[in-house]
Ligand binder design. Structure first.
Ligand code: PMP
Length: 338
């Protein structure tokens, strides 16, 4: 007989899958690390469990306690799932920019979710950062996971995701590409890979409206770079402690439109149902394709699942309203009506 003792034991060991059609004509081998194979359908399961286990060990999270977090959904999903198994209550704060599907999914696990406005400063009392901090102060026996500054996040990827990628590529990986939000994925994987082979290039994908790229290039935190954008999960308007700029060789920015359209292309051309930041990462690679040689082995992180974006980039009306829909074909219904 073969079974797992609980759902958390199924996290990790996700497959690497080659891109074939989108990457036609591009030098090298382009591989997606398909993190939707995790039980919460995203890479965040890994760091959620690691943050909880480290907090338990440090005595910060005690039996019957409450887990609090400001989360855009995926981290919440991992935390909520682990909380069910480990017997904790969960309260999440999120922003009104996030997909309704993501919020409903958290509630499905019994978590409470408080939706806060997107377009306020992080230190505004209404922001999802401030509201979660206030809940932590006011609820007894509570612990805020704080995915942005909690270094257990990076450590999860240093211990799991990095070694998996190294093993799966037989050490032949030459480039690692990931969208950067908290920075945990790129910093943990990047640190592990560079320790094994310092020549590996680590490229971070950023959004227009975010501060990372300019900060990496100039050392300046430029508030002028900040404005609202659509792409979910990547880019920030502050510098999280989990972003280790020393292991990131460069950042590449991708527009909301290019990220949205590439997200759809991954489903239509590769049969892989990916989330928005995965589209951004693949679009970012295409922008940099001329830098690849024939022996390049590129691993791109596919962070989360397309089902969380049904009302957004997988919805034609949503795309049309933003002027993102291009090359509209006549549908079968429209042909019949002519
Ligand atoms: N993509 C998605 C969909 C995410 O939820 C996140 C996390 N904010 C990221 C990418 C970025 O990953 P990380 O936080 O590890 O930098």
């Amino acid at each position: 007989m073969m079974w797992y003792n609980n759902i958390l034991e199924t996290i990790g060991n996700t497959p690497l899958v080659k891109l074939n059609t989108i990457t036609k004509g591009i030098k090298g081998t382009i591989l997606l690390k398909v993190e939707t194979a995790n039980p919460g359908n995203s890479i965040k399961d890994r760091m959620a469990v690691k943050m909880i286990e480290d907090a338990e060990q440090a005595g910060l999270l005690k039996p019957g306690g409450t887990i609090i977090e400001g989360t855009s959904g995926n981290t919440g999903m991992g935390l909520a799932m682990a909380a069910v198994i480990k017997g904790y209550r969960c309260i999440f704060t999120t922003t009104d920019k996030q997909s309704k599907e993501k919020i409903d999914a958290l509630r499905a696990f019994g978590a409470e979710v408080i939706v806060c406005p997107t377009n306020v400063d992080p230190d505004d009392p209404r922001s999802y950062y401030s509201v979660s901090s206030r809940l932590e102060r006011e609820i007894p026996n509570s612990w805020k996971a704080n995915q942005y500054d909690n270094l257990s996040n990076t450590q999860a990827h240093y211990e799991q995701t990095g070694p998996e990628i190294w093993e799966q590529t037989g050490g032949k990986i030459t480039h690692f590409i990931a969208g950067v939000g908290t920075g945990g994925t790129i910093s943990g994987v990047g640190r592990y890979l560079k320790e094994r082979n310092p020549a590996i290039q680590v490229w971070g994908i950023d959004s227009y409206g975010s501060v990372f790229k300019k900060y990496k290039e100039t050392g300046i935190f430029d508030k002028e770079e900040i404005y609202p954008y659509i792409t979910e999960g990547i880019g920030e308007d502050f510098l999280p402690k989990n972003v280790d700029f020393s292991v990131i060789d460069r950042f590449e920015k991708v527009t909301d439109k290019d990220a949205a359209l590439m997200t759809r292309e991954i489903a239509r051309k590769e049969g892989i149902f990916a989330g928005n930041s995965s589209g951004a990462a693949v679009a970012g690679l295409l922008q940099l394709k001329d830098e690849l040689t024939d022996d390049a082995v590129v691993v791109i992180i596919l962070h989360d699942h397309g089902s969380r974006y049904m009302a957004k980039m997988y919805n034609d009306d949503w795309l049309r309203e933003r002027g993102f829909l291009k090359d509209e074909k006549l549908t079968a219904l429209a042909i019949l009506k002519k």
